[in-house]
Each structure stands twice: as structure tokens, then as C-alpha cells.
Design a binder for this molecule. Structure first.
Ligand SMILES: C[C@H]1O[C@H](OP(=O)(O)OP(=O)(O)OC[C@H]2O[C@@H](n3ccc(=O)[nH]c3=O)[C@H](O)[C@@H]2O)[C@H](O)[C@@H](O)C1=O
Length: 867
């Protein structure tokens, strides 16, 4: 029985094995048949389209376009192009571009499309060909390198553009084309229906700034389903208060940080599952860019590059909306009647617009190289509430409110086109949802106004006589005459401007009247040519009225009660961002050296004090090797205690530091390719026949020193002369330094307020609170040569002491004596002179005159009276 059972079991096993083998055979056969069929299908599709590597999901649109195109057979040149698969959702998979095989002459009437996701129609066209097209706006011709060369808004055009730059192929696209459409149908209605993109998680960069805050607040308000994450470094021109309307919305999150931090951006994209970026963050003020263009390159080009790279590595972005400017086109001719269209050439004229154009190139390259779904906007000037008052309209409003003159650059005939912020926010809403990937959209208005008209309109609304307040001032180094845009393409997406100029201006004035202190101390911005340097970039300004954010670290914050999520410490601990600078400062125990260190701390610039003595070359080298600075500041030197008389009796010591040491440091820096900013003195001049007291004629940088009355001054003049041979040195001639620290015994005010008697001679002087930040800026700008480092103009001892009485101590008294009487109580003679500060003023137009600076930086902050 047992053996029978074993037998049966064996048989059953055998049968099962056979069945399994048979089943596997059948399956394999089916798979092979399927594969062969797919391959065959693919091959035939590919061959029909003349393409290789075709996406099997492509729709097959072979559109006989005799209706749309009539070819000029006399032109024989056939053209080829590079094509990529487009389609926003999987761009990262489509990084490899495919080369279209040259199409043969007879095939030129065929249109080809390759992707149902976002179809792009393509066919080669001929120079001289007359193309008749459906009424489809925003059609752009690309040359073979993907550069847009011609913009088509009409029914037909002749392909004879001189600017066509050679061979080109015609593309047009729409995400919602009906497949196999009858060319007789109304294409505008049936084929080119607007596509709609729905974002989920949007990252808006620079959203605490002007335009982006209106966009962010609008999206947060109107689309509760979208998560809006905003990233802003809270620069001088942005404020968290601008985001107050959004702060308690559950779909809003604020992150303080810099777009230039790759770690932070990558982290955000991933943890917040960002699918859409609207990139507004930039340095935008043209005036600033003339003096501080590196900052613009860093923010606008490098920052954008970091974002793009983050998009590439994370591979999840479905829309990258890059916010550019009309300024990239350069200026429009005064008499031009046709505005710049999106395919016009980019010809930026100032450093700001050049960096914006540079950023655009990177955006375009990431679109082309990696298929990143990019859209670019180029906008006219924008105005409205929340704008930082360095820009014309808010600046003139605030000045008018304060009864101050309105400075007009040049003759005021420059024309700008002004759009109200809400209209612009709506334009972005439209581009976000309806914009075509790979396209550029101008955001413009045809309503143009000259600067002088703007000033007059504002005066009218304030009931001010414009003739009395308008003040013509020096123009910008270059001031584009006009920016005139063709905005039809955006209008075709359904957007239009709705706010009239008069209405927008009234609303804006109303807002500034209701919020006069929104931006805190904006005196620097209200100058004729403001520079970033003069802005109080204080974080506190951002906090007033808004939630408190930790200024030192990156922090996430949505609703006030939302759990805060911190970025991984190891990755983002370098926020605030790593500075590109590192300063090595000599003179730690000195007054200027000490203040410089504090300024670096405030500005987030890493610095170290030099340990070696100036005369010890090996120690200087050791300092440089260990600190690895980008710039060296020399604020070391002997000035004598309690005053320069000391140097008369300590000549070798004076020479050792002031001459040998300074030259040593300059030489070591030169050898190491470093700029040395050297705090020198202007006490090497005295009034003479060519520069008499009270004449207003100051000594210039190139004048030869004429004062050697003290040993100190003598050595300083000698070393300055020798330093001229070092092209790595920036010599700053300081005079009678003054600061707001009235307890400092080195302070000129402190000194003269303590003397029994003082002479009364007008002199040029240096207000350190204003000028030391400028010295840092000069280092950043790598300025070299000799600079009179004083505030423009002169002030006398008595004038200062009178101010002292007025602001500090009304009971204060002082007595004068003559220079001759003074000579009896001092050892060495003192220099009195006026320095010509026009070179410095030209570089830093916002520089205050000595008297204004004294009041602003010294007496107002120390005011103890009701003056
Ligand atoms: C689209 C760009 O707009 C802004 O640049 P723009 O230089 O045109 O704006 P401004 O408001 O700085 O200047 C406009 C116009 O006014 C003149 N002006 C300004 C201030 C002042 O005190 N007096 C003046 O006469 C100035 O010279 C200009 O001609 C925006 O800043 C930029 O980001 C854009 O992209």
C-alpha cells in the first residue's frame, strides 16, 4: 500500500513539473510577441517622424498644413533644429536632447509633434516663405540654437527676417491641442484652448519685498489649496510686515534665508515638496548697482544659479517662473511706436539689468539643457503700497509728505511705464496658471509717464507747487530713456491692466500717509541717489508689527501657532550666509581698528585681528597664512599719547610702526595678492596761498603734501609717497576723526570740549560712523589709490562746540585763543586745512557734508536737550 502511495505521489509530482514548464513556455512566448509588437510599432512611428528615441506615449500628429503654409519654392535652403521632448511633469527624465535628422526638401510642409503632455509642433521653414497661421498669439520662431528670433501675432508673416540669424525651425505649442484636428476648424477655438496648470506647493523667493509680497498675499488669499512657502533673507528693502495679510493663513509658511544657500534651498524643495518656484528675489535698485555691482552679480546671477541647480538635483519642479525686467531689453528709442516683444534682443545698459539678463541666460540654459519647465516674465515699473522708498514714486511721496525737495535725475524726461502692484500680482497669477513652458511674457502697460510728470502728479495730489519743490540733480551714470513693451502675448492669456494711473497713485499716497513709518529710518533711501550701504538694514525694522523671528538662524514659521520646523543644523548652520569676504585687521587696540571689528560683526563679515607687529614680516606672513583674508585693513600706527607731541620725542618708534611697519604690510599684502586698506592722515596739508582758508578750495588727492610741522605728519607724508608705488594699496586720508562715542578720549569733540582754550579754524574732518562703513564698502569694491577720506566741506572748532551746547549741554562754555597762543602750549605744530572730498563723493553720492553728518551721526543720537 505504501509503495502504491509513493508511486502515485511521484506521478503527481512529475505531472505538476510538466505543467509548470508548459506554463512558463506559454508566458515567455506571449512576452516575446508583445515585445516584438511594441518594437515594431515604435520603429514605424520613429521612422514616420524622422526621429529617434521617440517617447511611446507621443501622440501622432501629422498635419498636412497646406492650408496654413504656402511655400515659396524659389527658396531652397532647408533647415534643421534641435528638438527636445517637452512636458512639464517629467522634465528630469528628458535631459537628453535629441537631434532632429535634417528633413528632406519634400517634407517641409509637415508639422510634427512629439508629446501629448505639452505638444510642440515643429517643421522646417524656408527663408522667404510666407507663413499663414491661425490667429494664435505668442508664436515664436526659434533659430537652430533655440534662440527666439521672431515673434508672431498676426495671421501671416514672411520669413525674411534679417535677424533670423540663420537657420530656423518653427515651433508652436499648446498643452491642450485636440489630436487629429481638421485644419479647417477654427484653430483658435478648438486647438489652442488655454492650458491650465495647477500648482500644489509654491516656493516664492523674495516675498517680503515689494512685488512678491503682493503676489504671495494674493495666492495665499485666493488659493487655500496651494501651500505657499516664502523664502526671504530680509534685506534692507524687504519687511516681514509686507506679509502680515498672510501670516495667520494655514497655507502660508515663511522661511528666512538666502537663495544663495544651496543647502537651504535643496532642503526646502524636498521637505516642502515644492513643485513650483516663483523667483522674485533680487537686488533691484539701479542706483545701487552703479556702485555695488558685485552684490548684484552675487544675488541675481549666482542666487538664481543656485536655485536652478537645486531644481536640477531635486528633479521635481513643474514650473520655474523667473521674474525678470523690461530693463533687459535696454532703452527704447523715444520715437519708437512698436514696443519690445518677447523675442527682441537683450541689450542691458546698467549693471543691474545686465545681471538680470545674465540670470535669464542661465534660466534659459537650464530649460534647454535639462528640460526644466521655465517661464520668464519681463515687467515694466511697478508702484503701490509696500514699496521701499528708494524707488521714484514712494520716494517722492515720502519727500512730499515731509515738505522736502523732489530730486529729479537729469532733466526728468526719462519715461517709465507704471503698473499698479495689484495688476501685476494678477499678471503673475495668470502666468502661473496659463503661461506656456519655455515662453517669455512681458508684463507691460502702454501708459507712459516722464519722471517729471510723475513728480508733478504727486505734487498736484499734495497740493504743492511743483516748480518750488522740484530740484534737478546729477543724472545716473546711465539712465535708460524709456522702456516700451509689447504686452499682447500676456493679454492673450486673458490678463489686462485694470487700475488707472490716477486711481493707483491716489491709493498709493493714501497708504503712505497711513503708514508713514512702515520702513523706519529711510533717510538714506530718500537721498537723490541712494545706495544700499546707507540703508539701515536692521532686522528690527522688519520685526516691528510683525511676528518675531530669530535673526540669527533659519526658521520656519507659518501660522503663529504652527509648529516650527528647523532645517538640519549641520546643513544650514551657516545662515546668515557665508560671506565671500574675510578681513584681517591690524590695530585691534586702536580706536578705528576696534570700530572696524564691530562693524564687521554687524555686517556678518568674518574678520580676525592681526597678531603680528607690523615691522615683523614673518609674523605678518603667518597671520595671512592662518587667516586667509580677502582684504587687509591697516588701522595700526602711532599717533602719540595723549597727542602727536609724543612722536617728537619718540622718533624711531614712530618710524618703526608708521613707516617701516606700514611699508612692510603693504609689501607682504602685495606678495600675497591682497588689497590693503590703509588708514592714513590728511594732516599733511595746511592752508596756503593756492588753498586759502575759507576759499572752499580743498587739497586734492594728487596734491603734494605741504605740511611737515610735526614729526608725525612728516613720516605720514613720506610713507604715503612711497605707498604710491604699491598698486594694492587704498590710502584713506582721515582727518580729525569724530564719532558718536563722546566718551572716547581720541574723539575730536571730546578733546576740544575738554581743553581750556581752543583755536577756531575751519577744517575738514572725518565722521567715523558714516565713513568707516564706507571704508568696508571700498574694500569690497577693491578701490585703490589715494582718497581724501573726509566729509565734504569744513567745520570750525567753535561751530562744533556751539552744536555741543545746543544738543548736549546748554551750560557748556569754552574759550578761544590764537594759533600763536596755542603754539606756546604744544610741542609740534598742527595742520589746518580743507580737503577736497569730491572724489569720494562721486563714488558715494550719498555722503553727507560735515555739518549734516555731525548732526545726523553724532549730535542727534546723543541729544540731551530739546533742541
Ligand atoms: C522695471 C525696473 O523698474 C525700476 O527701475 P527704475 O530705475 O526705472 O526705477 P526708479 O524708481 O529707481 O527710477 C525711475 C526713474 O526715476 C528717476 N529718479 C529716481 C529717483 C529720484 O530721486 N529721482 C529720479 O529722477 C530715475 O533716474 C529713473 O529715470 C526698478 O528699480 C527695477 O528693479 C526694474 O526692474
Amino acid at each position: 500500500m505504501e509503495s502504491i502511495l509513493w508511486n502515485l505521489e511521484d506521478k503527481w509530482k512529475l505531472t505538476t513539473q510538466k505543467s509548470i514548464a508548459f506554463f512558463i513556455c506559454i508566458c515567455s512566448l506571449i512576452i516575446v510577441i508583445c515585445l516584438v509588437t511594441i518594437c515594431f510599432k515604435r520603429r514605424s512611428t520613429t521612422r514616420r517622424k524622422g526621429l529617434v528615441g521617440q517617447d511611446p506615449t507621443d501622440i501622432d500628429v501629422e498635419w498636412s498644413e497646406s492650408k496654413l503654409l504656402s511655400l515659396n519654392s524659389s527658396v531652397k535652403k532647408l533647415l534643421t533644429s534641435t528638438v527636445r521632448w517637452s512636458g512639464p511633469s517629467k522634465w528630469e527624465e528628458r535631459r537628453n536632447t535629441e537631434r532632429v535628422s535634417p528633413l528632406l526638401e519634400g517634407e517641409s510642409g509637415q508639422w510634427h509633434s512629439h508629446n501629448s503632455d505639452s505638444p510642440v509642433w515643429q517643421r522646417p521653414i524656408l527663408m522667404g516663405e510666407k507663413c499663414e497661421l491661425p490667429r494664435f498669439s505668442g508664436l515664436i520662431l526659434y533659430d537652430e540654437r533655440g534662440r527666439p528670433v521672431h515673434h508672431v501675432d498676426n495671421d501671416s508673416f514672411i520669413v525674411n527676417q534679417a535677424e533670423a540669424l540663420g537657420d530656423f525651425v518653427l515651433f508652436f505649442s499648446s498643452s491642450s491641442l485636440s489630436v487629429g484636428v481638421d485644419p479647417d476648424r477654427d484653430l483658435n477655438q478648438s486647438c489652442f484652448k488655454m492650458s491650465t496648470y495647477t500648482p500644489k506647493n509654491i516656493l516664492i523667493t523674495g516675498a517680503a519685498g515689494f512685488i512678491a509680497c503682493h503676489v504671495a498675499n494674493r495666492l495665499v488669499r485666493s488659493y487655500p489649496d496651494y501651500k505657499i512657502v516664502v523664502l526671504d533673507k530680509l534685506d534692507y528693502c524687504s519687511s516681514l510686515k509686507n506679509l502680515i495679510p498672510s501670516r495667520s493663513s494655514p497655507n502660508f509658511k515663511f522661511v528666512k534665508g538666502d537663495i544663495a544657500s544651496a543647502d537651504l534651498v535643496n532642503y526646502l524643495l524636498i521637505t516642502e515638496s515644492i513643485d513650483t518656484i516663483m523667483h522674485f528675489a533680487a537686488q533691484t535698485h539701479v542706483d545701487n548697482s552703479f556702485g555695488n555691482s558685485f552684490e548684484f552679480t552675487k544675488n541675481n546671477i549666482y542666487g538664481t544659479h543656485v536655485l536652478l541647480e537645486a531644481c536640477k538635483v531635486t528633479g521635481q519642479i513643474r514650473r520655474f517662473i523667473h521674474v525678470s525686467t523690461d530693463e533687459v531689453y535696454g532703452e527704447t528709442d523715444e520715437d519708437a511706436v512698436v514696443g519690445n516683444h518677447e523675442a527682441s534682443q537683450l541689450l542691458p545698459t546698467n549693471p543691474y539689468s545686465a545681471t538680470k539678463a545674465g540670470a535669464e541666460m542661465l534660466v534659459m540654459a537650464y530649460g534647454r539643457s535639462y528640460g526644466l519647465p521655465v517661464i520668464t516674465t519681463r515687467g515694466n515699473n511697478v508702484y503701490g503700497p509696500n514699496q521701499f522708498p528708494e524707488k521714484l514714486i514712494p520716494k517722492f511721496i515720502l519727500l512730499a509728505m515731509r515738505g522736502k525737495p523732489l530730486p529729479i535725475h537729469g532733466d526728468g524726461c526719462n519715461v517709465r511705464s507704471y503698473l499698479y502692484c495689484e495688476d501685476v500680482a494678477e499678471a503673475f497669477e495668470c502666468v502661473l496658471h496659463k503661461g506656456e513652458v519655455g515662453h517669455v511674457y512681458n508684463i507691460g502697460t502702454t501708459k507712459e509717464r516722464r519722471v517729471i510728470d510723475v513728480a508733478q502728479d504727486i505734487c498736484k495730489l499734495f497740493d504743492i507747487d511743483s516748480d518750488k519743490v522740484i530740484q534737478f540733480v546729477e543724472n545716473r551714470p546711465f539712465n535708460d530713456q524709456r522702456y516700451f513693451l509689447d504686452d499682447q502675448k500676456l493679454k492673450n492669456l486673458g490678463w489686462s491692466e485694470t487700475t488707472r494711473w490716477e486711481e493707483g497713485l491716489k491709493k498709493t499716497i493714501e497708504w503712505y500717509k497711513n503708514n508713514p513709518d512702515w520702513w523706519g529710518d529711510v533717510s538714506g533711501a530718500l537721498l537723490p541717489h541712494p545706495r544700499m550701504l546707507m540703508m539701515p538694514g536692521d532686522i528690527e525694522r522688519n520685526l516691528d508689527g510683525a511676528e518675531k523671528y530669530d535673526s540669527g538662524s533659519t526658521e520656519f514659521s507659518g501660522k503663529s501657532n504652527e509648529t516650527k520646523t528647523a532645517a538640519p543644523a549641520s546643513k544650514t548652520s551657516n545662515v546668515p550666509q557665508k560671506s565671500p569676504f574675510k578681513f584681517l585687521i591690524y590695530g585691534r587696540t586702536g580706536w578705528i581698528g576696534g570700530v572696524l571689528g564691530k562693524l564687521c560683526e554687524k555686517q556678518g563679515i568674518p574678520y580676525e585681528y592681526g597678531k603680528g607687529r607690523l615691522e615683523d614680516r614673518s609674523k605678518l606672513l603667518a597671520d595671512i597664512n592662518s587667516v586667509k583674508p580677502t582684504h587687509v585693513f591697516n588701522a595700526a600706527g602711532v599717533t602719540g599719547r595723549p597727542n602727536v607731541d609724543w612722536c617728537e620725542s619718540h622718533k624711531p618708534e614712530t618710524i618703526r610702526t608708521n613707516v617701516a611697519g606700514t611699508l612692510n604690510l603693504a609689501d607682504v599684502c602685495r606678495e600675497n595678492g591682497l588689497l590693503m586698506v590703509n588708514f592714513a592722515t590728511g594732516c599733511i596739508f595746511e592752508y596756503d596761498a593756492a588753498h586759502p582758508e575759507g576759499s572752499g578750495i580743498g587739497f586734492k588727492e594728487e596734491d603734494t603734501p605741504n605740511f611737515a610741522g610735526s614729526f608725525y605728519s612728516k613720516t605720514k607724508a613720506m610713507v604715503e609717497d612711497l605707498l604710491k608705488n604699491y598698486d594694492n594699496v587704498c590710502t584713506l586720508r582721515v582727518r580729525m576723526p569724530i564719532s558718536s562715542d563722546l566718551s572716547n578720549p581720541r574723539n575730536f569733540i571730546t578733546k576740544i570740549s575738554r581743553y581750556n582754550k581752543v583755536v577756531n579754524i575751519p577744517n575738514s574732518m572725518t565722521i567715523l560712523d558714516e565713513l568707516l562703513p564706507i571704508s568696508i564698502e571700498m574694500a569690497k569694491r577693491n578701490l585703490r589709490g589715494i582718497w581724501n577720506f573726509t566729509n565734504p566741506g569744513v567745520v570750525s572748532h567753535n561751530e562744533i562746540l556751539e552744536m555741543y551746547k545746543k544738543y548736549i549741554d546748554p551750560a557748556f562754555t569754552y574759550a578761544n585763543f590764537t594759533v600763536e597762543e596755542q603754539a606756546k602750549v604744544i610741542v609740534a605744530a598742527r595742520s589746518n586745512n580743507e580737503m577736497d572730498a569730491s572724489k569720494l563723493k562721486k563714488e558715494f553720492p550719498e555722503l553727507l557734508s560735515i555739518k549734516e553728518s555731525l548732526i545726523k551721526y553724532v549730535f542727534e543720537p546723543n541729544k540731551k536737550t530739546s533742541a
